[in-house]
Each structure stands twice: as structure tokens, then as C-alpha cells.
Write a protein that binds this ligand. Sequence first.
Ligand SMILES: Cc1cc2nc3c(=O)[nH]c(=O)nc-3n(C[C@H](O)[C@H](O)[C@H](O)COP(=O)(O)OP(=O)(O)OC[C@H]3O[C@@H](n4cnc5c(N)ncnc54)[C@H](O)[C@@H]3O)c2cc1C
Length: 440
Amino acid sequence: MPDPNAQRYDAIVVGGGPAGVSAAITMAREGLEVILIERGRFAGAKNFFGGVMYTRALAEVLPDFQARKPPWERPVTEQGYWMLAPGSVVRFMHASQAYRQDPADAYTVLRARFDPWFAQQAVDLGALVVPKTTVVALIEDADGRVIGVRTDRPAGEVFAPIVILAEGVNNLLTQRHGLAKADLPPRFVALSVKQYIGLPAKEVSARFGLAGTQEGLAIDIFGDATLGLPGTAFLYTDKAGISIGVGLLLEEFVKHGLPPYAVLERFKRHPIVAPYLEGGEALEYGAHLIPEQGYDRMPELVADGVLVAGDAAGMVDALHREGTNLAMLAGKLAGETAVMAHRAGDFSARSLGHYRRALEQSFVLKDLKQYRRMTDFLDRSPHFMGTYSGLVNDAALRYFTAHDRPKREMEREIVGLLRDRRGFFGVAQDLYQLVRGMRG
Ligand SMILES: Cc1cc2nc3c(=O)[nH]c(=O)nc-3n(C[C@H](O)[C@H](O)[C@H](O)COP(=O)(O)OP(=O)(O)OC[C@H]3O[C@@H](n4cnc5c(N)ncnc54)[C@H](O)[C@@H]3O)c2cc1C
């Protein structure tokens, strides 16, 4: 029996990341009494990411976000890919005037600064944010409907007719409630290690050829950065520092006996990368998992009295390094669904099914569905991460070198590289798998 003196709210949110805060803001703005419970010392204390934050999703949650002065690092005015080989790099970078609007489409941020700001917006709109508190279990009634949560505080039961689980990739509550299978197998989860390296703002701008802090770069890196294994590295410019990291499928770390920090250190020492970091001071270091199970292995998103949003539901588009925007939109749709359920007085899974339908109409589930085969693609075509990076670099070296022999010979040599390292049939197979992976 619920304790009659226990705390009661209209909605409980578990987790103070982008998904949870977006849900809390959406519900608080509509007048619901919302409690958001976060286990960290403050929202963001335990969170980190690459990280590029996208403003369109933020505007969905907080249309006047720019007036609220988010702690942006730099706008992303140039972005793209580097294909790294042991002593060289081929860069595919894109700069556009379109990236220079205010607000920009994307900004680099540090989560230890962004998340507390975002949570404060929820507080300003009337939500109660309770940090340093871990939700240890969901409370169900006799029929299995979720009616509250149990926290690690003394007498720490909190009741509400709806709970939004935005607990991130370690989705223990989602699992315990039977919405997700046990922990993701190492093949469907990436582990990323990151350092934030402090450098004077002027130095960051000078090293990357940026005019000032009004310009910034976001670079995703393949090939030698991950020893040619399925994964990516990244290098993003912050205001007075650089975010650098590398991630591999967990299975690859295990299979090759690679300590994650050693892979990052090796990447940092790469002769193309090291000069950017020289003299910098490592100010933040961490490791975090990224769910990459794809659409087909997502948890159930809805049950009686409960919704799941963000990483807890596997909402990450690794191909485009997007996660926070999916989390924000899912949080918003979960919040809107909770508001509707309150109006209808119906918190059954059937009524809350609106959430799944709204997600299906949005880019969140459309994109996840489209890229549902991406992890399988990487599994079957590991050459995209290794072989092709080396190949493109070796071909570029031949192409750009002034040889004392006819160009036709050089061209034949480049075709020979492709034939010897992957074979024409192999290339055709890889392209087929790529198209399949992209089309869903
Ligand atoms: C290295 C790396 C690079 C990335 N780069 C990018 C990028 O550049 N752009 C991008 O958009 N996305 C990126 N992502 C993905 C992005 O970080 C996530 O998709 C996003 O943070 C998900 O938000 P969320 O709110 O679902 O979960 P989280 O941000 O993980 O928040 C979950 C919160 O729940 C709290 N919590 C967990 N369990 C409990 C509990 N039982 N009780 C109370 N609180 C709890 C946690 O402390 C945490 O604050 C990256 C991720 C990583 C790891």
C-alpha cells in the first residue's frame, strides 16, 4: 500500500540529461507538477559527450533558448571527415555561409556546463530538480502499472501516475521493468573515451585557422585513429580548448585486448593530430557508452504508467553523431504525451501509445528505422574503417606527387592498389552493403 504521507507529483522524470530535462520543461510549462530526479551532484555532473549540440531540437523544447544564453563553446562553421593513415590524412571538410546564421545550426558544448544550464530552465519553468538521488526501483500497483519510484533516500518513495525514464544508456530501470532485454551485447554498444584539453582561445583559433571564437570545427575521423577497427574518433574545437576522443564497439576493445585509454593516447600522438594539442592541459577525462543496437533492438517505449526516452531507448544515430537531438525531441514528445494523459485521466499503455506514434511521425524513429542495418553493415564491411582510409591516402600521395614518369603509370598504380587491397568484387560488395545500410 502506498504511504499516504509520501510525496506525490503529476509526473516523475528519471535522469537530468537532454531527454529528461526536455520532458520536464514540456510538462512544467503546461502546469504539471513535475519532479526530476538525477543521481549526479548536479545535472550534467556525470555526463559527457563529443560534443555537438543541435539547435533545431533545442528550439522545439525551448523556442526562446538563445535569449536564455546557453553556454555555447563555438558555433560549428566547418565540419567533415578526416581519413587518417599512419603518416597522413585526407580531409573532407565542408564550410558554408549557411553555418554562420545566428543561432547556428550546431554548437560545440561541454556537458558539465550545458546540462546544469538546461536543468535550470526546467526549474525556472516550475519543475523540481532533485540531484544526488538515485532511483533504485519503479513502484507498481497490484496490476503491474507503474505508480511511482523508490529512491536511495530514507523514506524516498515518490508517487505519480506517470514516470518518464530518461536514465541514459545504463538503462537498469528500463530493463528491470521488462521493457529492455538484459545489458546490450558488446557488439551493439560503443565505448568512447574523451579528453577535454584546455588551450588559450587564441591558440585554438590559430591552430585550426579560425578567425575567432565565432568560428568552430567539428571533425569525425576514421582509419588509423581507431587502428582501422569499426569506430570513429573526433576532434571538436571548444572556446578555450579541444574535445578529442575515440570510440570503438565494445566488442572490438575486448577482441583485440585494447585498453581504451591506450587507443586515445595513440591517436593523440599521431603526427597529424599531435601539433593541434601541443602544450594543452588535460582538464577532463572520461569514458562513456553509446547505444548502437539500432531500431530493431530498441526497448519497448511504453507500458502502463511509464515512457522511455533518449539513450535509455537506444535513440542514437551514430552515423551522423546525433543523440542529444533525438533525446530532446523524444523527451518533448514524452512530456506532451504525459500532459495529454493527464487531461484524459488515462495512463494506460494504450493511451500512452500516442508517444510511439508521435515518434514514428518524427525524424527520430524515421532515421533510426532507415539506419537500422548500420551496425550490421560495419560488421560485414570493416574495410570502410581501415582498408579504404589507407587506400585513399596512398592514392592521394601518388596523385599529388610530381613523378618523373607518365601519369598513365601512376593512374594504373592507383587502380592496382584498389585491386590488390580489396579487389573489385570486394568493392562492389562493400558498396552494396553501404547502400543497403543507408536505405534501411
Ligand atoms: C563520447 C560521446 C560522444 C557523443 N557525441 C555526440 C555529439 O557530438 N552530438 C550528439 O548529439 N550526441 C552525441 N553523443 C550522444 C549523446 O551524448 C546522448 O545521445 C545523449 O546524451 C542522450 O541523452 P539522455 O538524456 O538520453 O541520456 P544522458 O545524457 O546519459 O542522461 C541520463 C541521465 O540520467 C541520470 N541517471 C541514470 N540513472 C539514474 C537513476 N537511476 N536515478 C537518477 N538519475 C539517473 C544520469 O546521471 C544522467 O544525468 C555522444 C555520446 C558519447 C558517449
